[in-house]
Ligand binder design. Structure first.
Ligand code: NAD
Ligand code: UDP
Length: 313
């Protein structure tokens, strides 16, 4: 197939491109490097003619059919994704979720392509239902600092459903839960890069708040497998993809210190506003419809991630 991936120079999307290329497809990746990195494209360039990169801002338009041909699949992955990124890039985040999603959907419509939106567990906000099932409508502050991301993604989901209902585009929506692995940026502010790099420096790990808030971490290749299965399934309702292995941020900090042999300890910093208190995906829908569940255990994933951050030094 011919496949378009927006945000292809980013962490998750570059792994997705690599998986699609390994599966034998032709991939065109578009990115404006707002949070992505050229080094993530290097492994993709090894696929020769089957991979093409176009530097472009998806909110201003995609390369034309005349330039890059028609597509069978459109994966709309572009968006800043770390809380420090989207707070520094509020308008870019809102526009890539709104204009960017519209432009990617219009392209899917024009090409007769199937479309997948990278949505997020953040659509559940600070969830009152635990674990989070897809039928839960969420608890999002529409005017808080995180709203530029959460509401952009909620709008993107609404737009995707409207293109399915009223224009007949075949659409898929993946709600991605916290994901980690190689190709994350050391300074992207998310907890895994922060803790691993602090530990490698022998510095105290910065636990925000009292550290009782929980997250559930999925290794990136597991996530990508779920995304590809979803795209190729007939499930047109949103689908959680994440690893239900839940832990508190204190437990994570203790694990990373032990794993790396760091004696730097822990220091507490203020909890960001509207930081969700707990998060764990219910993956019943993914199990039932995609035959998917995560395979990579936490220790293996952390080992690969630590090696990645060591290699950047
Ligand atoms: P990332 O920042 O590494 O990748 C996003 C990519 O999109 C970057 O390369 C960035 O430069 C590009 N981009 C942003 N705006 C663009 C624009 N206007 N035009 C072209 N390119 C643009 O982040 P990631 O963690 O790999 O996230 C990828 C997708 O998955 C995002 O949509 C994100 O919301 C979603 N997601 C990720 C996680 C996670 O834990 N990593 C969780 C939930 C959802
Ligand atoms: N966090 C932390 N220390 C850090 C960075 C993050 O304790 O240096 C916490 C953060 O407050 C949140 C959790 O780790 O409770 C996950 O944060 P991240 O930014 O990785 O993702 P998200 O909040 O989007 O789930």
């Amino acid at each position: 197939m011919r496949i378009l991936v927006t945000g292809g120079a980013g962490f998750v999307p570059s792994h997705l491109c690599e998986r699609l290329l390994n599966d034998g497809h032709e991939v065109v990746a578009v990115d404006n490097f707002v949070t992505g990195h050229e080094r993530n494209l290097q492994p993709l360039r090894a696929f020769g003619d089957r991979f093409r990169f176009v530097e472009a801002d998806v909110t201003r338009g995609l390369p034309s059919q005349a330039e890059v041909g028609r597509f069978d699949r459109v994966y709309h992955m572009a968006s800043p994704a770390s809380p420090i990124d989207y707070v520094e890039l509020p308008f870019e985040t809102l526009y890539v979720g709104s204009d960017g999603t519209r432009i990617a959907l219009e392209r899917a419509l024009a090409d007769g392509a199937r479309f997948l939106l990278a949505s997020t567990s953040e659509v559940y906000g600070d969830p009152a239902v635990h674990p989070q099932v897809e039928g839960y409508w969420g608890n999002v502050n529409p005017i808080g600092p995180r709203s530029v991301y959460d509401e952009a993604k909620r709008y993107a989901e609404a737009l995707t459903m409207a293109f399915r209902r009223y224009k007949g585009v075949q659409t898929r929506i993946v709600r991605i839960f916290n994901t980690y692995g190689p190709r994350m940026r050391a300074n992207d502010g998310r907890v895994m890069p922060a803790f691993v790099n602090q530990a490698l420096d022998g510095q105290p790990l910065t636990v925000f708040g009292d550290g009782t808030q929980t997250r559930s971490f999925c290794y990136v290749t597991d996530l990508v497998d779920g995304i590809v299965r979803l795209m190729e399934s007939d499930l047109d309702e949103p689908c959680n993809i994440g690893n239900p292995h839940e832990m508190s941020m204190t437990q994570l900090a203790q694990y990373i210190n032990r794993f790396t042999g760091s004696a730097g300890g822990i220091v507490h910093k203020p909890l960001p506003k509207d930081d969700p208190t707990r998060r764990r995906p219910d993956i019943g829908r993914a199990r039932q419809h995609l035959g998917w569940e995560p395979k990579v255990d936490f220790e293996t994933g952390v080992a690969a991630t630590v090696e990645w951050f060591k290699s950047l030094r």
